[in-house]
Write a protein that binds this ligand. Structure first.
Ligand code: GDP
Length: 174
């Protein structure tokens, strides 16, 4: 009996960025509502499912973590190739993680036939000693022609909003 079956729009979402910017923590916070050192480290092509609604449309997100595979560019290529959306994460306490965003986007451009929707997420905004200013992040986002959101997996700030914003971009543009 399929009468009550919900038909979902399905989006593949990939979380990319330098090591230790907080990719796994962001996913853990969004999917399980938790933060801490005890989460299961994702290796390989593990993904998480999460439902949401956009304008009354049920959407199922398949969220892929690339943590631990940042140097295995060929491994993650097979993940983000099929992505409709990518969260590009940098760490507000390490400037080079913002500068590297350009390289991550180059990699995506080289490997994706259809460019996925992108969103720049500045994580760890809760920290006291930030090395990146909000203006720098905004300028980077402008020059890359993508949106920017500041977030904290630790303080649960703008985590849900990041995924919702990305899903909304996909919903609107596809
Ligand atoms: P990944 O390698 O990109 O997946 O990064 P992790 O999720 O493993 O996080 C790397 C380190 O940063 C860990 O020690 C986390 O506890 C810490 N971390 C992650 N998110 C935040 C955050 O929002 N604020 C702070 N202060 N630390 C964070």
């Amino acid at each position: 009996n399929g009468a009550n079956k919900i038909t979902y729009l399905k989006y593949n979402i990939v979380v990319m960025g330098d090591p230790f910017v907080g990719k796994s923590s962001i996913i853990e916070r969004y999917v399980h509502g938790k933060y801490g050192p005890c989460y299961l480290q994702t290796i390989g092509t593990d993904y998480f499912k999460k439902e949401l609604e956009i304008e009354a449309n049920p959407i199922l997100l398949y969220i892929f973590d690339t943590a631990g595979q940042e140097d295995m560019k060929t491994v993650i290529r097979s993940i983000y190739r099929n992505a409709q959306g990518i969260l590009l994460v940098f760490d507000f306490s390490r400037h080079q993680t913002l500068r590297h965003i350009r390289e991550w986007i180059d990699l995506i451009r080289m490997n994706c036939e259809v460019m996925p929707e992108l969103l720049l997420v500045g994580n760890k905004v809760d920290l006291k000693d930030l090395k990146v200013t909000e203006d720098e992040a905004k300028l980077m986002a402008e020059s890359l022609d993508i949106r920017f959101i500041k977030a904290s997996a630790k303080k649960n700030q703008n985590i849900t909003e990041s995924f919702e914003q990305l899903a909304k971009q996909i919903f609107t543009n596809r």
